[in-house]
Design a protein around this ligand. Structure first.
Ligand code: 9YW
Length: 420
C-alpha cells in the first residue's frame, strides 16, 4: 500500500543513500555508516529495492576486521562533522573504522531478507555472508566471553547502541572522565544538548576510546583492561536471536560444522540469559562483570528476551505485566526506560524516549510470544508518532514530540516495514 508516509520514508532513504551504504541522517550529525543502523535500514530497502538491501549489508561486512569483529562505525567519506571521527579512533586495518562493535542484528536481518525474497535470489548472498556472520559471532564468544559464561560483555556504552541508558550509570561512573571534551563535541551543533548525553558521559566515552586506542584495540587485551564491562541482557538477547537466525542460514547452505558450533552458542546463552531472571524484581537484570553486581535499572533491553525467545512470556508472565505497566504510564509506546523512576527522562536520548527500532523488536517478539494485541498497539503508536512528528531520531513517550536528528534512516525503514 502506498501512502504519503511510505512515500516520504522512501524519499528519506534515497536522500541518505551514499551509493553502497546509508548514513543515519543527512544533517551532518552522523556522517558515516553505523553497524546496526545499516542492518535495520536494509529492512526498509527490502520493501522497495531488494538489491540495495543486500548491498547495504555487504558493504558493512567489507569492513569486517581480520579477527572477525564488525566495527560499530565505518567511515567512508568526509567525517569532519563528527566527533570522534576516524582521525581520533585510528582503528582497524584501513584506519577507517571505530574500534568497538554494536548489537549484532545482521543475521536476523539477513534471514528476513531471505524470507522476503526467497531461496533463488538470496542463496548467493547467504553463501557470501554466512561465513562472515559466523566469524563475528565466534569473535563475540572468544573476545567478549573468554571465561565461557554464555553472556558476552560490552566494553563501551556505545557498543550497546543505547548510549546513555541509566543501565550504564554506575559502571560508567567508575570510569575516569579524563580531560573535558565539551569543546570538541559536534553532536550538540545538530541537536539540542538537553536531549543528548551529558558532558560527564561524553568525557568518559572518549576516555574509554583513548584507553582502547593505547592498546591497539587488541581483542586479547581489551577484555581484561576495560574500565567498563557489562554483560547486558538486551545485547545478549539480540545476539541470541541472531544466533538462532544464523543457525537457520548455515543450515540452508549445508554448513553442518557451523550449525553445531552455533548450537553450542545457543544453548550456553539460553541458560545464561535465563539465569539473569530475577524473580523478586520480576525483570531480567544485566550484570557489571568487573564487580559482579547485578544492575537493578529497568531499561528496555531487559524486555528483549521476548525478541530472543518465543517462550519468554509463558515462562515469565510478570515481564508482560511490567511492560503493560510501563505503557499505562505514557501516552505512546514504548519508553526506553521505566517511567516513574527518578532516572526516567522522557526527552533525553536512551533515558526514556521511544526508538522505533526497539519497538520493532518488541512487536516481532510479542507476536511470537502470543501477544499480537500488544504488538498491534505498539505498531499503531509507532506509525502514529511519525505521522504526527516526522521521521525524527526518537520521540518523547509522554507527548509524542519528535527529538534529536531529522529525516532519520532507521525511522524511515521501520515505517516501511511496519506499514507494509
Ligand atoms: C553516536 C547512529 C547512532 C546509533 C546509536 C545511537 C547514536 C551516537 O546514533 O549513537 O555518536 O554513535 O545511540 O544507537 O547507532 O544512529
Amino acid at each position: 500500500m502506498t501512502t504519503d508516509l511510505t512515500e516520504a520514508a522512501i524519499a528519506i532513504l534515497r536522500a541518505n543513500d551514499r551509493g553502497d551504504h546509508t548514513v543515519p541522517t543527512s544533517s551532518g550529525l552522523y556522517p558515516a555508516q553505523w553497524n546496526w543502523d545499516s542492518c535495520l535500514v536494509a529492512l526498509g530497502f527490502a520493501e522497495f529495492d531488494p538489491d540495495r538491501a543486500w548491498t547495504e549489508i555487504e558493504t558493512l561486512f567489507d569492513g569486517q576486521w581480520p579477527d572477525g569483529m564488525v566495527p560499530h562505525i565505518l567511515f567512508h567519506g568526509d567525517d569532519s562533522s563528527y566527533f570522534p571521527n576516524a582521525a581520533i579512533w585510528q582503528a582497524g586495518p584501513g584506519q577507517r573504522s571505530s574500534g568497538i562493535t554494536q548489537p549484532p542484528v545482521a543475521a536476523t536481518i539477513i534471514r528476513h531478507l531471505f524470507e522476503r525474497f526467497g531461496v533463488q535470489r538470496s542463496r548467493p548472498h547467504i553463501r557470501l555472508l554466512a561465513p562472515k556472520l559466523l566469524a563475528w559471532h565466534r569473535w563475540f564468544y572468544t573476545a567478549r566471553d573468554p571465561d565461557g559464561t554464555g553472556l558476552v560483555a560490552i566494553l563501551h556504552p556505545w557498543e550497546s547502541g543505547m548510549d546513555n541508558s541509566p543501565v550504564w550509570d554506575a559502571a560508567l561512573a567508575a570510569v575516569e572522565p579524563g580531560p573535558s571534551v565539551a569543546h570538541l563535541r559536534r553532536d550538540t551543533a545538530f541537536a539540542d544538548a538537553a536531549v543528548r548525553p551529558t558532558a560527564a558521559e561524553y568525557d568518559r566515552y572518549i576516555n574509554l576510546v583513548l584507553a582502547f586506542r593505547a592498546e591497539g584495540y587488541r581483542a586479547d587485551r581489551l577484555y581484561g583492561m576495560a574500565p567498563f564491562r557489562v554483560a547486558d541482557v538486551g545485547f545478549n538477547a539480540m545476539l541470541q536471536r541472531a544466533n538462532r537466525d544464523l543457525r537457520f542460514l548455515l543450515d540452508m547452505i549445508d554448513d553442518t560444522a557451523g550449525v553445531a558450533e552455533v548450537d553450542r552458542m545457543i544453548s550456553n546463552t539460553r541458560a545464561a540469559l535465563e539465569a539473569r531472571w530475577d524473580q523478586a524484581e520480576g525483570f531480567y537484570l544485566s550484570v557489571d562483570t568487573r564487580t559482579g553486581q547485578a544492575i537493578r535499572q529497568p531499561g528496555i533491553g531487559g524486555l528483549l528476551p521476548l525478541y530472543a525467545d518465543p517462550m519468554t512470556a509463558s515462562r515469565h508472565p510478570a515481564l508482560i505485566t511490567r511492560l503493560e505497566r510501563w505503557l499505562d504510564q505514557v501516552e505512546i509506546a514504548v519508553p526506553s526506560f521505566e517511567p516513574g523512576r527518578p532516572e526516567f527522562e522522557p526527552r533525553r536520548y536512551w533515558r526514556g524516549p521511544i526508538w522505533l527500532v526497539v519497538n520493532w523488536m518488541l512487536i516481532d517478539g510479542l507476536k511470537r510470544n502470543g501477544r499480537p494485541d500488544l504488538a498491534r498497539r505498539i505498531r499503531r503508536d509507532s506509525l502514529a508518532v511519525v505521522a504526527r512528528s516526522g521521521f525524527r531520531e526518537y520521540f518523547d513517550p509522554t507527548t509524542g514530540e519528535g527529538l534529536g536528528g531529522t529525516d532519520f534512516s532507521w525511522t524511515a525503514a521501520m515505517v516501511l516495514l511496519l506499514a507494509g
